[in-house]
Design a binder for this molecule. Structure first.
Ligand code: FEO
Ligand code: CA
Ligand code: CA
Ligand code: CA
Length: 594
């Protein structure tokens, strides 16, 4: 089926069929290797992973849990740095029942969050990659739930960011809920702090000054992790400011393992899925960002200063400041009517604040950056169906956003042309009947064309390139491509591009009875809309990360939360992928023509 040459963007492959295999299923002719998995050693002093004798100290020296974002930054012809997020932990799958006390589990979980930087090198087969042995790895790094971050941008030091442990409001320990991300043109990695609200519990009343803000961010103090048992800052009632120190985009410089990672406050605070940067016509850094919640918004940031493309320390120093000054916008979508048979229209980026001047009446710059959702609510943006990854296509200059689903569309959220479905068809079991359910269950892929092709423009046109689901369901749409030839796709989450500009889409939460997977779809030419499934992931897993290597030989994915199914436990797992143990281990996988 697959041919050599041209790389994954142009190679034909026989699409993988929907299935429920407990493995990574790739097209005939392709191979799939684990690059690094939960617990793997990263440093000379890392202990070997032993599920029965985990400690917080060992977790901090090993690859973390639930890898999500995947970045690959070349450091030589045959070497690269792999940068991943560790979004959250599945304690019921990580720890043998009864073996650890509750405080130890929490401390290990905190150290298993965060990010990893891992030196990797080409393997023996063309397209394969493997971890560099730790004895010769120089760039490896773990960022955990206790690593110190510097707060950057206009909100640094603001009163609401100060706590008992950090009276400066400029030094935050840890990052949590890191979902997707992006690699910047200046070689740093951005990572989104998404569901940070779930990390806070409470022992008493909540601070009444923050009622509106807490409510808008889902900060109820009902976080079930109970981390305040081991660190009092997670008690919302006694440390009301700690949650204001999360919900940011963090920026990490993998080339300097001793650098402080930063929380970039100019990019606003919400449930950040991730951020992806393009350079505008005039040289500004433009970061596109989604707020992953039902009915929340799409944002972008445009830097005040210009990107310096030169090599060298001076340019690098300047570029590292790009995200600290500029303007934050939120998107409004206007439909042109459905009489044309297409969900499309025009749009506007509404300015919220610059680093020096707020455009939202009654709110300061810091107010807008800290309570970005409340600020956006005042300017009338469009409530979207859970904006996930949003990324500019470097080949055609358009921007693609995964809108994963919204079970409440058509009920608590009225439909509009950008969010058109009040009902959709799903399938409870693979091969079972399609049944109609309320809401948008399978998601969309939104295509944005910046005004005059300039990412800094404040106007755009848009269309829903894909209305996802089963091709047999009448509501689905694949950019007009013949539906009998496409793969079913449900709940798009992360997006990536290959060298010819094809869009690659990974999914989370398939509603058609199959495991989640990765899909390739051309965005132009006669094949525009021809969605083909490239792989599926093991039982209970979501497909994250996707990244096509610069040489087009390798398709990286993160297999997140294998075995995460209802009722699964360490002793009774629903997955034993990748097969090294009798319990599942999240891992980064490389797929290549073998
Ligand atoms: Fe962590 Fe929005 O998915
Ligand atoms: Ca239309
Ligand atoms: Ca995601
Ligand atoms: Ca997800």
């Amino acid at each position: 089926a697959a041919r050599r040459g041209g790389g994954v963007g142009t190679a034909a492959f026989t699409p993988v069929k929907p299935n429920r295999s407990d493995r990574v299923v790739v097209p005939r002719g392709y191979r799939s290797d684990v690059v690094v998995k939960w617990g793997d050693r990263l440093f000379k002093n890392s202990p070997e992973f032993d599920v029965d004798s985990q400690t917080p100290q060992s977790a901090a020296l090993q690859f973390g849990y639930n890898n999500d974002y995947v970045g690959v930054l070349p450091t030589g012809r045959n070497r690269a740095q792999l940068v991943t997020n560790h979004e959250y932990t599945d304690e019921n799958l990580m720890f043998p029942t009864g073996r650890y006390d509750s405080a130890t589990i929490k401390k290990i979980a905190i150290q298993s969050h965060g990010m990893s930087v891992v030196d990797i090198r080409r393997g023996r087969r063309l397209g394969s990659w493997e971890q560099v042995p730790v004895r010769s790895a120089r760039g490896n790094r773990r960022i955990t739930g206790t690593t110190v971050f510097t707060v950057a941008g206009p909100a640094a030091g603001e009163k609401r960011l100060r706590t008992a442990a950090d009276p400066t409001g400029r030094k935050v320990r840890g990052t949590f809920g890191n979902c997707a991300g992006g690699t910047t043109p200046w070689g740093t990695v951005l990572s989104g702090e998404e569901n940070f609200n779930g990390y806070f519990d409470k022992s008493g009343e909540l601070d009444a000054r923050y009622t509106a803000s807490y409510a808008r961010y889902g900060l109820t103090g009902s976080g079930s992790r109970g981390w305040s048992e081991v660190d009092p800052r997670f008690d919302l009632s006694t440390e009301p400011h700690e949650p204001f120190r999360f919900g940011w985009i963090v920026e990490v410089d993998p080339s300097d393992p001793s650098s402080s990672p930063r929380k970039q406050t100019m990019l606003g605070r919400f449930k950040h899925e991730g951020a992806n940067v393009a350079i505008s016509r005039g040289g500004r850094a433009v970061a596109y960002m989604g707020d992953d919640e039902r009915g929340d918004y799409i944002y972008k940031f445009v830097s005040a200063r210009r990107f310096d493309p030169r090599k060298g320390r001076a340019a690098r120093r300047r570029n590292l400041q790009l995200l600290t000054e500029g303007t934050l916008y939120v998107a409004k979508f206007t439909g042109d009517g459905t009489g044309d048979g297409v969900y499309d229209g025009t749009g506007q980026w509404i300015p919220l604040t610059s680093d020096t001047k707020s455009f939202v009446p009654g709110m300061s710059v810091a107010d807008v950056l800290i309570d970005t959702r409340l600020a956006a609510d005042k300017v009338g943006p469009t409530k979207m169906d859970r904006p996930e990854d949003i990324e500019p296509n470097p080949v055609n200059g358009k921007v693609y956003c995964a809108l994963t689903n919204n079970s409440n569309r058509g009920t608590s959220y009225p439909t509009d042309e950008a969010n058109p479905l009040a009902q959709s068809q799903t399938r409870a079991e693979l091969g079972g009947p399609l049944t109609t359910r309320s809401g948008n269950r399978n998601g969309y892929v939104l295509e944005i064309s910046p005004g005059k092709g300039d990412h800094a423009a404040t106007t755009f046109t848009w269309d829903l390139m894909l209305v996802c689901g089963d091709p047999d369901a009448p509501e689905t749409y694949f950019a007009g491509y013949p539906k009998q030839q496409v793969s079913p796709i449900s709940c798009p989450d992360n997006v990536a591009f290959d060298a010819v500009g094809n869009l690659w889409i990974s999914t989370d939460g398939n509603q058609l009875g199959s495991h989640d997977g990765l899909f390739r779809v051309p965005v132009s030419g006669a094949k525009r809309g021809h969605v083909e499934q490239f792989l599926t992931v093991p039982t209970g897993a979501e497909t994250c990360g996707p990244l096509i290597s610069a040489d087009q030989r390798s398709v990286f994915i993160a297999v997140q939360h294998p075995g995460e199914t209802d009722g699964a436990t360490f002793e009774n797992p629903s997955s034993t992928w990748p097969g090294t143990d009798d319990f599942p281990r999240p891992a980064v996988v490389v797929n290549y023509l073998g």
